[in-house]
Ligand binder design. Structure first.
Ligand code: CA
Length: 444
């Protein structure tokens, strides 16, 4: 009974710690295909990112932060539901159209849940969770939408695969550089809704292909001799500027203490053949977008909330983008119900140092077609895309200890067969609750 009570008290603590006079705004910023190494705070030298760095430096930088897939749409399905997307068949990227190709209607989004809690909800940017009318963002919990429905878009006026920029369901006839437009719309959203709690999902398509940059940005990075890297730098710099404008707006409205901010990329930088190569760099991580190596799934992961979370702290236990839903809901004072079957955990008490538990997750898991991975402590068992860099050949299980081998160079599978068995058994157990993919994706 005593044990039960202490667990019950611990479970209640986060609400007490996080609840305030006002429900906080939630700002969820997602970059697309950003390289792990391409931020100043991660050691990047050739592309200044002062505004994204400031998010890390005014909050907690999760150095073992993951997404639940190395690909755009499945990551977003996990992010917005707080559930491993393989639980509901969203294992691969859907096509742009089709009633059965998008976030299944059985799933509830973070926007649905926050809207039910009285929040004004908005998406600015890339959706990529289905192009049909039923799956339009405004049918999936968002009051407002400005952006596009598919997986990629041109940055200058034009259409991509018949898609245009939409405001709600109408053509927005946008003429600005798209990253600038998303920054402008995010600022306008804050301005419209500053008086009440809001959830803004700001999902840039930068720095995903196509590689389009404004001339001024290209001039700024004229010293970068690699042409693709130069364009990438200009695109990333534009996103950093846009984020700066949103943060300036929060500061001007004195909303910093009332706003919980998350920043992630949806997957690692695409660096291998067969991906949308954009000039990104993932070092010291190995692998690329589309692989379950660290370079595909470990991403910049920053959480900031002025006055509530420590500033400039790092947190090194594994966390995953699935946690963002649970964390945001706790901050909003929403009680998570067991029947929601969230896989994510409220990170608040872990990041603030108030949790008595050593880490949020016993293990993290990935399934992406024939690829898989499981991380337990510092151990990682992984079967990755055989096209990744030096890994020609069939998918085989490799074992790495990330504590001293973050670059996944030293396969310990033959030396530690018991550890391989243990991790494989944990993954098999987790996989029992997954379902078959709802649509194909090959090795994607
Ligand atoms: Ca992506």
């Amino acid at each position: 009974m005593r044990l039960f009570l202490s667990i019950a008290v611990a479970a209640l603590t986060p609400i007490a710690v996080w609840a305030g006079d006002r429900k906080p705004n939630i700002l969820l910023i997602v970059a697309d295909d950003l390289g792990y190494a391409d931020l100043g705070v991660h050691g990047c030298k050739d592309i200044p990112t002062p505004n994204i760095d400031a998010l890390a430096n005014t909050g907690v930088r999760c150095t073992n932060g993951y997404v639940s897939c190395p690909y755009c749409s499945p990551t977003r399905a996990g992010l917005l539901t707080g559930r491993y997307q393989t639980r509901f068949g969203h294992e691969f990227n859907p096509g742009p159209k089709g009633p059965d190709s998008g976030l299944p209607l059985t799933e509830t989004t973070l926007a649905d849940r926050l809207k039910a809690a009285g929040y004004v909800t908005g998406l600015v940017g890339k959706w990529h969770l289905g192009g049909s009318d039923k799956q339009h963002p405004q049918k999936r919990g968002f009051d407002e939408f400005f952006g596009f429905l598919g997986g990629a878009h041109t940055y200058f006026p034009g259409k991509t695969q018949g898609q245009t920029i939409l405001r709600g369901t109408k053509d927005a006839e946008e003429n600005a550089y798209l990253t600038d437009a998303f920054g402008r719309e995010a600022v306008a959203f804050v301005d419209r809704h500053k008086a009440k709690p809001f959830f803004l999902y700001l999902a840039f398509n930068a720095v995903h292909t196509p590689m389009h940059a404004p001339d001024a940005g290209l001039k700024k990075f004229a010293t970068i001799k690699d042409g693709q890297r130069q364009i990438y730098a200009a695109m990333l710099s534009a996103m950093d500027d846009a984020i700066g404008k949103v943060m300036d707006k929060l500061q001007a409205e004195k909303l910093e203490s009332d706003t919980l901010v998350f920043f992630i990329s949806d997957n690692g930088g695409p660096t291998m053949q067969g991906t949308t190569i954009n000039g990104s760099v993932n070092t010291p991580l190995r692998g690329s977008k589309r692989t379950t190596l660290e370079g595909g799934i470990r991403v910049p992961f920053f959480v900031s909330w002025k006055g509530r979370l420590p500033a400039g702290k790092t947190y090194d236990r594994p966390v995953i983008a699935l946690d963002i839903s649970a964390t945001a809901l706790a901050a909003a004072g929403v009680e998570v119900k067991p029947e929601w079957k969230l896989d994510g955990v409220n990170l608040g008490p872990f990041l603030s140092g108030e949790s008595s538990r050593s880490q949020p997750h016993d293990a993290l898991y990935w399934r992406f077609g024939a690829q898989m991975a499981v991380r337990q402590g510092d151990w990682k068992l992984v079967k990755y895309d055989p096209n990744a860099d030096d890994a020609k050949g069939p998918l085989v299980a490799r074992l790495y200890n990330l504590a001293d081998d973050v670059g996944e160079k030293n396969d310990l599978a033959s030396k530690e067969p018991e550890k391989v068995k243990e991790l494989q058994a944990a993954w098999d157990k987790w996989n029992k609750d997954n379902v078959a993919p709802l649509w194909g994706g090959g090795k994607k």
